[in-house]
Design a protein around this ligand. Structure first.
Ligand SMILES: C[S@@+](CC[C@H](N)C(=O)[O-])C[C@H]1O[C@@H](n2cnc3c(N)ncnc32)[C@H](O)[C@@H]1O
Length: 319
């Protein structure tokens, strides 16, 4: 399913990733309440709503632009679809505000949408010259440029290394701090992309653009994407009714590691060292993991939508 590009967005429209697989694990044809924690432009929400007349969807997104667009696009579903601007970590508060409880399914499709990525003014991509923003909610918090202006060099290097797995992280951080010491701080996407290109020795054939990892790392830091993800999975699972499903789609190895670890813990696997007299990791058997290995998109999907290539899906069933 392809969604038409809204808001004058350019480039490819957003395609919901691993859609068939998501529906298989969420099983929305059972009807009931589903929470789409990262509604975006509503591709997954729409498919859930179409799967049965008896489904209702609460969509959550941090991005006011996604909210405005999707509320309008999915308006034909009437009261079966409602959208909330919130952080999905506040899922309990959203359910309370919606006067809803007992979801049959909860979906989280992490990261940015193509339309955020393809909107030049959002500053997510080095393909466009724009202010270095990268906030999913552009009304709150520090921009990527603010972080590069404020953080110590060692912290910038840590972010680029940990979240971007960039081996030149120290050299990039040094150059960023040199620029600000010289009174010419990095404030735009192009300035950062040029700096990274120079610090890493440029673009090699058949390799990703040298700034890709640094941009990804900064986006994760700006939006605190990994913070509290494990706790969120636990509270989402606690909200589900028996036989309810949780589906998580990630695009980054650190996110996938958190999803894997949480689902393992919630299926009763204690990861404490054997010398501990009592379990400290809070393992409890409340779910059955439905994906022994993460589910990845097939060749056809990656061909049609190259941005799906790093997606991994994990799912569980509440006992
Ligand atoms: C990969 S897109 C989801 C696309 C969506 N499944 C679709 O089919 O259109 C991720 C979306 O999650 C939102 N998002 C990311 N982190 C969030 C958070 N912590 N709370 C709420 N929304 C978040 C982003 O703004 C973005 O719109």
């Amino acid at each position: 399913m392809v969604i038409a590009a809204p808001l004058g967005g350019i480039g490819a429209p957003h395609r919901p990733v691993l859609l068939e697989e998501t529906l298989k694990f969420l099983a929305p044809e059972r009807g009931g309440l589903f929470v789409d924690c990262t509604m975006g432009y509503g591709g997954h929400s729409e498919a859930i709503l179409k799967s049965s007349q008896n489904t209702r969807v609460l969509g959550i997104d941090l991005d006011p632009a996604a909210l405005a667009y999707t509320q309008q696009r999915l308006a034909p579903f009437g009261e079966r679809f409602r959208a909330f601007q919130a952080n999905f970590r506040a899922i309990n508060a959203v359910l309370e505000q919606a006067n809803e409880r007992d979801p049959n399914g909860i979906l989280v499709d992490l990261g940015v949408s193509s339309l955020q990525f393809d909107s030049p003014e959002r500053g997510f991509s080095f393909r466009f010259d724009a202010p270095l923003d990268m906030r999913m909610d552009p009304t709150k918090g520090d921009t990527a440029a603010d972080l590069l202006q404020q953080l110590p060099e060692s912290e910038i290097a840590r972010i680029i290394f940990e979240f971007g797995e960039e081996r030149h992280s120290r050299r990039i951080a040094r150059r960023i701090v040199e620029c600000r010491e010289q009174g010419t701080p990095i404030t735009t996407t192009t300035e950062l992309a040029d700096l990274v290109r120079q610090a890493t020795g440029g673009h090699k054939r058949n390799q990703i653009h040298p700034a890709t990892r640094t941009f990804q790392a900064l986006r994760i830091a700006v939006n605190h994407e990994l913070e509290g993800l494990g706790e969120f999975v636990e509270s989402a699972v606690d909200l589900l009714i028996p036989e309810g499903r949780f589906v998580g789609i990630s695009f980054h190895s650190l996110e996938d590691r958190i999803l894997k670890r949480e689902l393992k813990k919630l299926s009763g696997h204690c990861e404490c060292p054997p010398r501990l007299p009592v379990c400290a990791c809070r393992a409890r058997e409340v779910v059955e993991v439905l994906t022994r290995r993460p589910v990845a998109p097939g060749v056809l999907e990656v061909d049609e939508n190259p941005r799906a290539r790093s997606a991994k899906l994990r799912a569980c069933r509440k006992l």
